[in-house]
Design a protein around this ligand. Sequence first.
Ligand code: NG1
Ligand code: ZN
Length: 537
Amino acid sequence: TSVANTIERFPLREGSFSYGTAGFRTLWERLPSVVNRMGILAALRSRAKGGQGVGAVVTASHNPIFDNGVKLVDPDGGMLSPAWEGYATRLANASQYDVLLTVSDIIEREHIDLSTVGKVFIARDTRPSGEILVDGLLEGAKAVGAHVEDLGVLTTPQLHYAVRYSNLNSKSSSLQGYMENIVTAFRKLVELNPKGSDVKIDPIKVDCANGVGAIHLKHLAEMLSPLAEYRIYNDGTEGVLNEGCGAEHVKSLQVYPIGLDAAPNEHCCSLDGDADRIMFFYNNGETSGHAEGDGFKLLDGDRMASLLAGFIHNFVLEAELDKELSMTVIQTAYANGNSTSYLTGQLKLQVMCTSTGVKYLHAKALEHDIGVYFEANGHGTVLFSDKALQLILAGVESNPDPDSSKKARSFHILLQLSDLLNQAVGDAFSDMLAVQIALLYRGWSYIDWINCYSDLPNRLAKVRVRDRSIVKTTDAERRCVSPPGLQDVIDRMVKEVSKGRAFVRPSGTEDIVRVYAEAETNKLVDELSNGVIAAVF
Ligand code: NG1
Ligand code: ZN
């Protein structure tokens, strides 16, 4: 099929699509033409990168089941380069005739050598519409002469991993390779535990949001049994994807996922619909009279950042790599102020703030030798630079016996952590296993973990405005430059409140403006939040 033919078969019905932080995401019926065109773009991207593999994943993450979406993955396993997001939006909205013009324009601008053959890996989550949409994706990529590999139903991070290692040759990029890599790293980390390897790992109850995570976690759990025990809830056999469950549900409502009964102090967590995000929680046994959320205690992305950064930094110090390697924690403006104070004050770590969206955090993390990045909502991972990996490997080679010294052991531990933590993108599985390892080494329960710091009371509100594009921000979205005068009003309100902080930004994924506020007490944060919401209207 030619490009002209394939776009005829998936005609544009109505326009106005925009490639945002999560790619394209909307009601699935609107997407056939968009997904088809993203197949075309993925093949072009691959050719522009000298034929390296790129990825396309059909998912709408935590959205309702009748939504879907598509997102492209660059050859390094990361998000599509921002320069190409513009092409994605142009292609998605082009009339049938303009698609061909846009394609030739991209070929010209990117100096694409038409003799290279493209390679596109595709995968989808468990949404029923995914099967239909993937057809158009496949056809679009093939129309531009790409070799297409349909990897079937995968978690988003598994697809990112497959793309990355298909281009690197350092690890097997297959699903089996992905699983064996994290299982091996986890096992070795348990063996390397300074407290001895015959310790008991706390079983964990995992809410899989009735999504793709359940399929692959079942397999992972078999591979890790009996070393660690994973009790799977919301595995998709009965419930509906993301309905009453999943990471977004527990984070935004602060309640237990449906069907998961958490006895006091049991370790629990929730994945989102495509398993690139995780939230941990437990029941502290207190009753508040609010049945669904009685005793509910959440450990979010900021907690993961604090736990893993402190944990890894400790081995960097023991391996005496702290002079040679720069280590930074990257957060967004949504990070709780007390997590930032804990990281800088207690752990003495450098912290940076970027705009919302994994691609911004990931890019910042790449500027450091060890970049720990997490969004408060549970997206994130820890990246190790080539320099860091070389120094760690050299340390392992000159200290082959981990038992010879603390320093020797630290090299071995860091090496396994760099394998365990997904280097392509944030991954609920590898984050979950890394958290389990950190807690195991420290001998901590979730209670010890939560006691590191207490969150400042905070509110996150959605405000529907006529045109959210009027709100423009600067300074990693912490300050408003438009509409004029709004920031002055916010500044005045914040100044009145102890430990106050507030900001307003347009969402990149919904047609709303988000208002975040935090302050020392619940009463103060309510006042601040309401004040800022009123100012936005
Ligand atoms: P927007 O809608 O731009 O706030 C949301 C999340 C992001 C990120 C993206 C992509 C919040 C406040 N925002 O972005 O962190 O996860 O979706 O999925 O949670
Ligand atoms: Zn997701």
